[in-house]
Design a protein around this ligand. Structure first.
Ligand code: SAM
Length: 290
């Protein structure tokens, strides 16, 4: 039975192992059963599912996951947490604990081996200092994913959901929305964690698109265009791209492509939709690789 969501039991485990929180690993443990239930519910986990948990901490959410899923792999970087996890998860025979850095693991191989190439569900209360590399790593490595249900900093959840014209709209919004449909499931205040983080948090579910929403000749080229456009937000798109060393197109090529799309030469990148970035990328790529 899941027992750790209760703060008293969490404190007892921390004391038993004389555990010291490591700030550098973004350790804020969940101590609210309603939030834990909400995350597991939003992830729609069934006994058919293989779940990858990133950063299990002392195993609070892992207990819930083990009860709902067929099998769970939990990857934890802090070696001091491994004996604790072996203790708190000893009642479950469907858990595998891996002591490693999630950013260094070959996730394609892991999920292929453990789930025979079937889509996996990722669930995590993420360490906030590496939210973006974790999410982008999951998407860009083309691991077969069904959904990613994660706790992130509230502002990051807002950026993932933002559309053109909003101040939160940027490269992360476009990357997430290219791969998945984002949906905020809950806002979570600092008092649901131990220790309390300085920022508000939100649970967001990213449901992987079955078919990509736009077709691009080169994903890599489109994302370098997107990154370069938002690196210089205040500049026009033409100037922003022209100033970026990684963009191989001339001012004239960019202006001509925008003209073909019916966009003014002084348009800013932050007003373009994903479809427009894809169209621009395809026009430039096809014009120069012909
Ligand atoms: N899941 C637990 C909970 O909800 O109580 C802990 C969440 S805490 C916000 C983040 C966890 O991720 C910590 O246990 C931390 O040690 C772990 N972590 C940090 N960086 C990591 C990395 N690169 N790879 C794997 N785990 C990491």
């Amino acid at each position: 039975m899941a027992t750790l969501g209760n703060p008293r039991n969490t404190i007892a485990i921390l004391k038993k192992y004389n555990f010291n929180f490591q700030k550098k690993f973004g350790q804020n443990f969940l101590i609210d059963t309603r939030v834990l239930e909400k995350i597991v519910q939003a992830a729609e986990i069934t006994k058919d599912d293989y779940v990858l948990e990133i950063g299990p901490g002392i195993g609070t959410m892992t207990q819930y996951l083990c009860e709902c899923a067929r099998a769970v792999t939990a990857v934890e970087i802090d070696k001091n947490l491994i004996p604790i996890l072996r203790d708190t998860l000893r009642a479950y025979n469907n858990i595998e604990i891996i002591h490693d850095d999630i950013l260094k693991i070959d996730l394609n191989r892991l999920t292929q081996e453990r789930n025979q190439g079937q889509p996996v569900k990722v669930v995590a209360n993420l360490p906030y200092y590496i939210t973006t590399p974790i999410i982008m790593g999951l998407f860009e490595s083309h691991v077969l994913i069904d959904s990613i249900t994660i706790m992130v900093q509230k502002e990051v959840a807002e950026r993932m959901q933002a559309g053109p014209g909003s101040k939160d709209y940027g490269a992360l919004s476009l990357a997430v929305q290219y791969y998945a449909r984002p949906e905020v499931v809950a806002n979570v205040p600092p008092n649901c964690f131990m220790p309390r983080p300085k920022v508000g948090s939100a649970v967001i579910r990213l449901t992987r698109h079955k078919v990509v929403p736009v077709l691009v000749s080169s994903e890599q080229r489109m994302f370098s265009l997107i990154r370069a456009s938002f690196n210089q937000r205040r500049k026009t798109l033409v100037n922003g791209l022209n100033n970026a060393s990684e963009i191989p197109y001339t001012k004239q090529q960019i202006t001509e492509a925008l003209e073909k799309m019916g966009l003014p030469a002084n348009v800013r990148g932050e007003t373009l939709t994903l479809e427009q970035f894809a169209a621009l990328s395809n026009l430039l790529y096809n014009a120069t690789s012909a």
